[in-house]
Design a protein around this ligand. Structure first.
Ligand SMILES: *[C@@H]1O[C@H](CO)[C@@H](O)[C@H](O)[C@H]1NC(C)=O
Ligand SMILES: *[C@@H]1O[C@H](CO)[C@@H](O)[C@H](O)[C@H]1NC(C)=O
Length: 257
């Protein structure tokens, strides 16, 4: 019996080791061939009727959270995430043809100092490790229209515009609101908060990401406050009733004597 258990354990451990060390096939894509990937939509913000909206329209949005937009010539592409995960985006070029651009952009100083990524890898697909290169060859491949040392860099002559939902939560009213603010993207340089889509310019003069949004614990603190207040009121009411009863009994007794 014990032997069988030991053998079973060895088999299970063997399987676990095999699973852990199983080689994933690595596939690499770059600007030229990303659209041939079966799941290229996971890497590209597509420009289509479902994803585009005018900037004028999005500036009217309130109460939307955890979302972002890339805008060009007052047309914005919805990103369904607020971290701008995907590395490529489509926009019409000057001839109104939809063109692929590298969206992942680095500050000039980072590229000069070698502080950048050449590729981003994902293991979300079964048995495949998929890596996408964000390297550029020509300025025109970059959304910023500037390629330096094979990396897209921010370009003041052609700034990339992001729009983020700026979130605020009033704890006492337990009410949340948001509005859209457009400006420079994460890592671009800034002088003040308003310049950044996130409305957050860090001390080192770089725009931060806007990750604020409703969380699961939202409203909890207020509910605890309200709950506690109700509890106190009930206790006080009970005490008052008891005191009142006692007092009336006492008065009755006094009348009798
Ligand atoms: C895409 O192009 C790169 C560079 O030419 C190449 O290394 C890579 O293997 C290509 N990917 C696929 C899946 O063909
Ligand atoms: C997108 O919208 C335009 C005009 O509103 C329309 O002409 C076009 O056919 C639509 N495209 C798709 C793919 O639905």
């Amino acid at each position: 019996m014990i032997n069988k258990i030991i053998i079973l354990n060895i088999i299970i451990i063997g399987l676990l080791i095999k699973k852990t060390f199983q080689e994933r096939i690595e596939i690499n894509y770059n600007y030229n061939n990303i659209t041939s990937f079966q799941y290229y939509k996971d890497f590209v913000y597509l420009y289509n009727n479902d994803s585009i909206v005018s900037k004028e329209e999005i500036l009217k949005y309130t109460d939307i959270y955890h979302t972002g937009y890339y805008c060009k010539n007052n047309i914005c592409v919805h990103t369904d995430d607020n971290e701008y995960f995907r590395h490529f985006i489509e926009f019409p070029d000057n001839n109104e043809h939809i063109k692929l651009y590298i969206a992942t952009t680095f500050p000039y100083e980072h590229v000069k100092e070698g502080n950048y990524f050449n590729k981003y890898c994902s293991t979300r697909y079964k048995d495949i490790r998929c890596c996408v290169s964000v390297q550029c060859e020509y300025d025109s491949q970059c959304l910023s229209n500037k390629c330096m040392n094979n990396h897209c860099i921010f370009n003041d002559n052609n700034p990339i515009e992001h729009c983020d939902s700026i979130y605020s939560y009033n704890q006492f009213l337990d009410r949340r609101t948001s509005y859209i603010h457009c400006g420079k993207p994460y890592l671009d340089s800034c002088e003040n908060n308003d310049e950044c889509s996130s409305k957050k310019c860090a001390e080192n003069k770089v725009c931060l990401m806007q990750l604020d949004g409703p969380s699961d614990s939202e409203g909890l603190i207020m509910k605890v406050y309200v709950g506690s207040a109700m509890f106190v009121i009930i206790i006080i009411t009970i005490i008052c009733l008891v005191v009142k009863c006692r007092y009336e009994e006492f008065k009755k007794k006094q009348v009798r004597y």
